[in-house]
Design a protein around this ligand. Structure first.
Ligand SMILES: [Zn+2]
Length: 316
């Protein structure tokens, strides 16, 4: 009788310790998974939240909400009801990112604010990638719609056409109010700026099937110089032009949300394009995330940002 009890006790003990060992194994496994999760995903998630914050702040009338679906895919929700996917998850090279970008591809390269001493490498073209479904929602889905959204903006000696949506025309008007008095005092600044080589022009980007930003009425070419464009010139020519370019023009355009084509590896020095989301990211999130700090570090006291930060925290 006593022997049976001992044997049963022993079996029970073995089962219990085996079970505990297995449970312990799961805990270790779970901790390992969490360890991996904490070390890789938070960086991606931080970048995603920052990108979406910059987009929502830059297109406040057009992006109304953000959501994460059951598969974990994140979409921004447009005023039209359309949903735009943040990240299609596809591996792409730089050419593919330009040809079929998602929002993540568009926001990926950080635009350098301030003076650059040298032309950027040819693969580095921050603000050159455009997600057309977003532009079409904001500026017009076709030529007729875009044309109906154009306003006349004074650039001193004449009026040019620029898209009034998302306050793009207003931004160009603000640029001109700052630039014109300075340009009138300095022939070099005036000569680099005027006459303008064009704003709205419904055309494709040379040798592609993609619309130019000029087709949306969201870009202006200042006075074109023979060394301004990467397809016409060597990089040495472009570098010389960069060295002598009046930086005050760049500073004024950037102040009002325009990126400068002179900061593209495939340089386009006459070209300025209204891309508030790229400038906002450059201003607030030019550095890589620092572990332990909130993803919105630096914007805690920014009232305008805070309602979007709060929304993003709730939804994704
Ligand atoms: Zn241009």
């Amino acid at each position: 009788m006593r022997l049976w009890k001992v044997i049963l006790g022993l079996i029970f003990f073995l089962l219990l310790t085996g079970g505990l060992w297995q449970i312990k194994g799961h805990i270790v496994q779970a901790q390992n998974d969490q360890f991996v999760f904490l070390n890789i995903d938070p960086i991606y998630e931080t970048m995603m939240k920052r990108d979406i914050l910059c987009l929502m702040m830059s297109y406040p009338e057009y992006i109304l909400d953000v959501e994460k679906n059951e598969e974990g895919k994140v979409h921004i929700i447009m005023k039209s009801g359309n949903k735009l996917l943040y990240d299609d998850g596809k591996e792409k090279n730089q050419a593919q990112k330009s040809a079929t970008p998602d929002l993540q591809d568009m926001m990926e390269q950080v635009y350098p604010l301030g003076k650059i001493a040298e032309l950027l490498p040819t693969h580095y073209n921050p603000g050159c990638v455009r997600h057309y479904p977003l532009l079409k929602e904001v500026y017009g889905a076709n030529k007729t719609q875009i044309k109906s959204n154009l306003a006349k903006v004074s650039i001193g000696y004449k009026f040019v056409e620029f898209n009034r949506k998302n306050e793009a025309a207003q931004a160009l008007s603000s640029v001109m109010k700052d630039l014109l008095p300075i340009a009138r005092q300095n022939y070099k600044i005036y000569g680099a700026s005027f006459p303008s080589s064009g704003t709205f022009n419904y055309r494709l980007i040379g040798s592609t099937s993609r619309l130019s930003s000029h087709a949306f009425g969201m870009a202006i070419d200042l006075n074109a110089h023979k060394n301004d464009y990467w397809k016409w010139n060597t990089r040495d020519d472009g570098q010389k032009r960069l060295d002598s370019y009046p930086q005050v023009i760049v500073q004024i355009f950037e102040k009002y949300g325009f990126v400068w084509g002179g900061k593209w590896g495939n340089f386009d020095i006459m070209h300025y394009e209204y891309r508030p989301e790229i400038i906002l990211k450059a201003r607030h999130f030019s550095e890589k995330p620092i572990p332990g700090l909130p993803w919105y570090e630096g914007l805690q006291n920014n009232q305008e940002a805070w309602r979007y930060i709060w929304l993003i925290e709730q939804k994704i």
